[in-house]
Design a protein around this ligand. Structure first.
Ligand code: ACO
Length: 324
């Protein structure tokens, strides 16, 4: 039977790094009060990167994709599937994946976007894995890319300090050796309102509010519970236990949610990959960014068992267990 494996990872952060202190000073000019101390204590975030106004998700995605292709030793024209997970696409249509395909200088392969907010990357990876196992693709680029700075309300200190821009990518290839061991996806549309960007465009006008809204405490409570249960379910499907996990890469939203999840799974905190401190919450990009940083930093090595976990707006959540 056909398996799928990650053969290369890549990522990209826009160069403008904004520390909490810089951000607090900027916000103070608009009469908004916050501090490095408040942000670090509540979230673990110390800095985030913001893209320049003329840089779009497809630009960040293309940089990350090139790095992943290089790491995999695969050329863009060998790719037969491109999936981009994003909630901040360049356009209403065509998909960001089609724009990435064009920027990579190739054409012909399947390309589409997946929209599951902060769970987008685990959704996209699961779809690519299923297509490879079904024989519909052999070499896929799976990308998470976001410019959340475009949808932030910089007058709302409870949300604007949490997010950043960036992209991460993997090459997922058909293999006769197992790589992706098990995955599971969920959604509960009853919770649409706790995390949303409810506006839309119609008749050439923005209808409704196009900026991010969040009930932080409601999200926090839901997130910890679903992340524990989906991780246990995926381990069971794969016939593995918590002790088999070498690295836990949860969606990088908040250090307290991440540490809470590790504790519930009885994992020592040194198995938790943390990039939220330097990246903030980059939504669909956070997991592949963290994975690539840990791989390039020499922490995650070939053969390691990694649990990826996403959770976010929708409400959506999911997990993927893989051997690298
Ligand atoms: N700076 C200073 N003070 C602030 C700030 C800020 N940036 N933001 C809020 N405050 C104030 C509030 O006004 C409030 O003041 P008050 O007590 O005078 O009313 C006080 O801090 C406490 O606010 P809470 O909202 O109760 O703070 P809480 O401890 O819940 O932390 C947070 C807020 C960090 C958003 C938390 O709820 C959280 O992390 N939730 C999880 C949501 C999350 O991570 N979402 C990311 C996207 S979802 C996802 O990806 C899973």
């Amino acid at each position: 039977s056909i398996h799928s494996r990650i053969t290369g990872t890549g990522s990209y952060l826009p160069p403008r790094r904004v520390s909490n202190a810089d951000f607090a000073a900027e916000l103070a000019q608009r009469g908004i009060e916050t501090s490095d101390q408040w942000i670090v204590e509540r979230t673990g975030i110390r800095a985030r990167h913001f893209a320049a106004p003329d840089v779009a998700s497809s630009d960040l995605a293309t940089h990350a994709a090139r790095h992943a292709l290089e790491a995999a030793g695969v050329t863009a024209d060998q790719i037969d599937l491109i999936i981009v997970a994003t909630s901040t696409p360049d356009m209403i249509f065509p998909s960001t994946a089609c724009l990435v395909q064009q920027k990579l200088g190739v054409h012909g392969c399947a390309a589409f976007d997946v929209q599951a907010v902060c769970s987008g990357f685990v959704y996209a990876l699961t779809v690519a894995d299923s297509m490879i196992k079904a024989g519909a693709a052999r070499k896929a680029l799976v990308i998470g890319a976001e410019v959340f700075s475009r949808i932030l309300d910089f007058n709302d200190r409870t949300t604007c300090v949490l997010f950043g821009d960036g992209a991460g990518a993997v090459v997922l290839e058909a293999s006769d050796r197992p790589g992706l061991l098990a995955s599971e996806l969920h959604a509960d549309g009853r919770h649409v309102g706790i995390l949303c960007t409810p506006g839309t465009v119609a008749g050439g006008q923005v209808l409704g509010d196009p900026l991010l809204k969040m009930d932080g405490q409601a999200v926090f409570k839901l997130a910890v519970g679903v992340l524990e249960s989906v991780a246990r379910s995926v381990l069971e499907k794969a016939g593995r236990t918590e002790a088999d996990i070498d690295w836990l890469i949860p969606h990088q939203a908040n250090i307290r949610i991440m540490q809470g999840t590790a504790k519930k799974l009885k994992l020592p905190l040194d198995k938790l990959v943390v990039t939220v401190d330097e990246h903030g919450n980059t939504s669909a990009a956070s997991i592949p960014l963290a994975l690539d940083h840990a791989v390039r930093g020499g922490r995650i090595r070939p053969g390691d068992t990694v649990m990826l976990e996403g959770v976010g707006g929708g409400f959506t959540w999911g997990a993927v267990l893989l051997d690298l």
